[in-house]
Design a protein around this ligand. Structure first.
Ligand SMILES: [Zn+2]
Length: 67
């Protein structure tokens, strides 16, 4: 199946950065978490209405740093 480039959200419409986005997690009113995108270049955030019920609370555990 040929991939349609128009179906890909990768380039920041605000500044034109082409290498994708950072993620953020924001609690919604019904105690779910909405996953948002943040442009690493200009900081513009985008809501893609991606909501997860799999995260009951933010319990962040540090893992290995591969940097
Ligand atoms: Zn940007």
């Amino acid at each position: 199946m040929k991939e349609n480039p128009d179906d890909e959200f990768r380039i920041c419409p605000n500044c034109g950065y082409k290498k994708g986005f950072h993620l953020c997690f924001k609690k919604t009113e019904n105690s779910r978490f909405r996953i948002g995108l943040i442009c690493p270049s200009c900081g513009q955030s985008y809501n893609i209405d991606w909501i997860t019920s799999d995260i009951p609370e933010l319990d962040v555990k540090w893992e290995d740093n591969y940097g």
